[in-house]
Ligand binder design. Sequence first.
Ligand code: TRP
Ligand code: ZN
Length: 855
Amino acid sequence: MTDTNARILADYQPSDFAILSTELEFDLADQATRVVNKMHIERITDKAQPLILDGEQLKLISVQLNNIELSESQYQLNETSLTIDTEAQDFILTVITEIDPLNNTALEGLFKSGDAFCTQCEAEGFRRITYYLDRPDVMAKFTTKVIADKKQYPYLLSNGNKIAAGDLANGKHFVTWQDPFLKPCYLFALVAGDFDVLRSSYTTVSGREVALELFVDRGNLPKAEHAMTSLKKSMQWDEQTFGLEYDLDIYMIVAVDFFNMGAMENKGLNVFNSKFVLADQSSATDTDYFNVEAVIAHEYFHNWTGNRVTCRDWFQLSLKEGLTVFRDQQFSGDMHSAAVTRIQNVRVLRAQQFAEDAGPMAHPIRPEKVLEMNNFYTLTVYEKGAEVIRMIHTLLGQDKFRQGMDLYFQRFDGMAVTCDDFVDAMADGSGIDLSQFKRWYSQSGTPELIVKESFDKQQQLFTLTIAQVNKPSKQQTEKQDLLIPIKLELLSDNEKTQHLITLSDSQQKFEFSGYSVKPIVAFLSGFSAPVKVNFPQREQELALIMVKASDAFNRWDAGQQLLTRYIHALVQDADFTLPQDLVVAFKQILTLPGDAALKAEQLTLPSFDELVEQFEQIDPIKLLDALKQIRLFLAQGLASEFHQQFQRLSGRAYQNDGQSIGERALKNVCLAYLSHLSDYQSLTVNQYQNADNMTDTLAALHYQALTASARFSEQIKDFEQKWYQTPLVMDKCFMLQALFADESIFNKLAVLEQHPLFILKNPNRARSLIGAFSHNNPRYFHCLSGRGYRFLAKHVAALNDINPQVASRLITPLIQFKKFDSKRQAMMKTELVNLSQLSNLSRDLKEKLDAALGN
Ligand code: TRP
Ligand code: ZN
């Protein structure tokens, strides 16, 4: 292990050197790529510091200072840096290194994805390509010459504009690119390979023509159309919503199969996990289509929020990620149903971000201490970060939010800045004080609101008393009161009134006068703050909110709260009798007119993960049994209604519009309930046989897996044969099998691990089996035999050597052991202790294991 010292936000120091320009030359070869890096460097402080360049896993060939080769005594080299003792003020440093992309299984730096070369430099991957000041506040003008065999690698790509190209000896060729914009090295990209190219163009609002190019594996052209359409929609939305226009003459996107995360916003040359580019009717689900559009938008929006204005240091990651997630969520809401998009975002936040905030890796959206930066690309920085931006949007309102954004770009275009800089610009641009609000950036944990109501009939006065509880954590033993925007609606017989109140103290009273009867409160409309709410409303009130609240989130949430109560009651007492009223309420949702997609959300039970978050500690099997009981209760109570709806919505030819997507979702929710009833077993089997699209195919197989259907093995085999050559669908095939809810799953997993297509080195594939099982098959992951935990730990150990980033993400369910009963905790901890003793333990895993085990 190299550097195990954590970095601290408060220790930030500006660089002593600037890099004015960086000229790179790559001579690509599988195991020995030569990189020439010629930097024009200037000393910008008057300290007599040596120049210390970052570098990891590099073979240094030579160093030249102003064209004179340095001898080994003139520099110092260690595992993580190259130090040059020079007093020069302004000089040219040329560093030549050699790297091995073929054996780079960490997929950071320059690596091979299939037959193509590609790079991933965020956060600190550039230092695996060459020695450099690998920090986002060092911004340079890049020129990149790429040399490779012309036959094997007809396309040679990098950032910016193509300025030269030509043939070379030995069948090689070269292309030179120049990026006119200053950028930090994490936005550098290079791709070389043979592709099919989908070409189009976009005329910006000011009339400039931008060439759009999408590079996919040969044969995949028809699957690229949706991504291209999504890109154009994104470009137009950003012009219309934020007045932001694209700034280069070309925008390229490359899809690759080996990729650690979703996609990367490299200037002018995005690299994408093929999962977020490729889509067609037969191979992609409605959710896949939605996600492709959202990720294309996300990376495109980074061009302004991330690239034109970037981060001063990595602690500021949420500056670009929280803001860009907020922007892509708004975009998705505008393209589809804003209500359903919001509900789905809230589900993710409650299920996963709340869990992170309650676990050992809890951190503020602006972390203060980091060992491995890759560990901080989290739900907290991204999703909670987006909620924090959304609260600013709520506090300022649409117009002032835009004024703040305009000022932000005016002040900071071309600069590397902080979260404080952003909030200051929003405050100055809008004239609204956000000083207390800034605490959201430095405080971890999910606040809880305790809400009490009182009514004075004589005075006709309704009062809400709201307290905020910010529980102390290990890292932060004292927490401060936050500024929390709360939207709510008061429902009474003759009127509905909407209010925005702000809670800034630990407890406040809010009075509403003129009520002769106590109104009913639809609280936290639109989920206006990322908090938990403790507000004991009566069941009849929730039932009323479900139908009467103006805000769709409120209507949905009231239903979820009702369900949650009964699930809690069943956990307490398995003999608890569920009320028939619940069936009545759900029958109403199902049969009254309304948006199908929203109905699908309303009829979906809270997930296991969302529910776990509501307990201090829980026996997972008890919770799963409670969920099963309520599911069966609803299925039996509404069987004929579910069946009727299912019939009504089945057998329609596939269409890709919003209405059809919503109706498919509703139909499949009905099918999900029915699949638990023995009388309806043939429905999933038939749907698999008759489906003309992947959404229906997958739903059919999914419900068979969840109910451990006897027909599953035969139909999944058919599915596998049909899709053997299509990697993204084979990921789904592994995922479906990992969900099989029966004791036999462990034998199945043992067989699947030996499957010729189970390739641990491919992150999508690793996640499709290991991630799917440990995250989405909780009954067997938490099996008291400990086999589930052992299965995960074994693969995490293997991945520690292959790809630490992927290993570190997959370990999540194990480090959240505190939520479960003591028996399970002990077993999970044993696995963590064993992992902590691995030789060669990566920084990534070490940081999480230390946090989890309290070291
Ligand atoms: N900046 C990327 C995004 O949010 C995410 C990212 C960070 C990433 N590190 C990565 C993507 C490593 C792939 C691999 O869009
Ligand atoms: Zn991002």
